[in-house]
Design a protein around this ligand. Structure first.
Ligand code: PLP
Length: 396
């Protein structure tokens, strides 16, 4: 017989997006070492961790130095204080969760793939595109069929399920990467009702919830009935700058059951088998982020990113360019001018004004003709980049 590999890897398309960008940028830099580059392409944060998190992690490190305060393995599903802190965070918006419904993780990316362990690979996934590429690739690696619902300007990049929509597992991301679109409570309720009617399960990616302004839902559990059809995956990466520190959480309600099996209990079994917990030091940092003072401090960083987004949106407004997002998400999704293709627009920006963005085509075929700008950069660079962009776009 011989060893067989997971041949689903053969079905993956080359991940050209970020590799393609870095290749083009490296070539340009080699040819023009004297020119500064302005990065509006990154999905990574640039502001340091907040003081509350740093202090808590320092204290935790000190604790590890003394026998009396040393921590060995932490519970696989999370420190009780961490789970309680996350439950308290949801409670602020009136969402009541039990701490045992919250699982610590090392970030949303890990969970988006790992969570598929709960479902038979014969169950197809429905992905809203344009989308964060990991949904498609994790599903394909698991041998799952994927289908797509397409976000367009006509539906404000917020497609809804129709009578004919077929799916058993649905990825929803709100606020969305890359479009910045956010589902309203009424729209999320329609998704939840639809999922409950068919016995489908929604995987709700809330990685950008902290960027929401005003009265839009931060969590799918703000709807009625989500506790019987939804898993929520969230992260401290974009909320609190933990991209390089790695901490997140996943919510699986105890009332979520299918085929007589309880998904919360299955995930406890999964975590206790496949992990040995997440660093005590990081969880202490996460707990500190979720205190009153920690939340005040992370809002300050988010305010800086939002100011960057305003600067970019003003430039696009002045140039008369259509765009989406920017207000409830760190991303602005703009239409490429004159019907240009997104990689052509990427090349133009790099060559003419040394600004680096992200071609929409990398988020799915329906992203062609669009371009993502990120507000995660440094304010001064963002201001210069916005001014260059405005001038280029107005030149016609
Ligand atoms: N989900 C979305 C929509 C993202 O854009 C990202 C990262 O860019 C992630 C999840 C992954 O975040 P993490 O750093 O928690 O793995």
């Amino acid at each position: 017989m011989g060893l067989k590999l997971n041949r689903n890897y053969r079905n993956l398309k080359d991940s050209y997006l970020f590799y393609g960008i870095s290749q083009k940028v490296a070539a340009y830099r080699a040819a023009h070492p004297e020119l500064p580059l302005y990065r509006l392409g990154i999905g990574d944060v640039s502001r340091p961790l907040c003081d509350a998190a740093i202090r808590a992690m320092h204290d935790a490190v000190e604790n590890q130095a003394k026998a009396e305060t040393f921590h060995g393995y932490t519970p696989e599903c999370g420190l009780p204080a961490f789970r309680q802190a996350v439950a308290g965070y949801y409670g602020r918006r009136g969402v009541r969760l039990q701490p045992e419904e919250i699982f610590v993780s090392s970030g949303a990316s890990d969970e988006l793939g790992d969570i598929l362990d709960l479902f038979d690979s014969a169950s197809p996934a429905l992905i809203i595109q344009p989308a964060y590429p990991a949904y498609v690739d994790a599903s394909i690696i698991a041998g799952r069929k994927v289908s797509f619902l397409t976000g367009t300007p006509e539906n404000d990049f917020l497609p809804m399920p129709g009578k004919d929509t077929e799916a058993e597992l649905i990825y929803l991301c709100s606020p969305n990467n890359p479009t910045g679109a956010v589902y309203s409570l009424d729209q999320l309720q329609q998704w939840v009702d639809w999922a409950n009617t068919r016995g489908a399960v929604i995987l709700f990616d809330a990685a950008y919830e902290a960027f929401i302004e005003g009265d839009l839902p931060h969590s799918i559990y703000e709807t009625k009935g989500a506790e019987t059809c939804a898993i929520e995956i969230c992260s401290f990466s974009k909320t609190a700058g933990f991209t390089g520190t790695r901490l997140g959480y996943t919510v699986i309600p105890k009332t979520l059951e299918r085929e007589g099996m309880n998904l919360n209990a299955m995930w406890v079994r999964n975590r206790t088998t496949k992990t040995n917990g997440i660093s005590y030091i990081l969880q202490e940092g996460g707990i500190a982020v979720l205190t009153e003072e920690g939340l005040r401090q992370i809002r300050e960083s988010i305010r800086v990113y939002k100011q960057n987004a305003l600067v970019l949106m003003e430039a696009l407004d002045t140039a008369g360019v259509r765009y989406w997002g920017g207000r409830n998400a760190p991303y602005i999704w703009m239409a490429c001018p004159d019907g240009m293709k997104s990689w052509d627009f990427f090349d133009l920006l790099l060559k003419e004004i040394q600004v680096i963005g992200t071609p929409g085509e990398g988020f799915g075929a329906c992203g062609e003709g669009f371009f993502r700008l990120s507000s995660f950069g440094n304010p001064e660079e963002t201001r210069i980049a916005a001014e260059r962009l405005r001038k280029l776009l107005m030149r016609g």
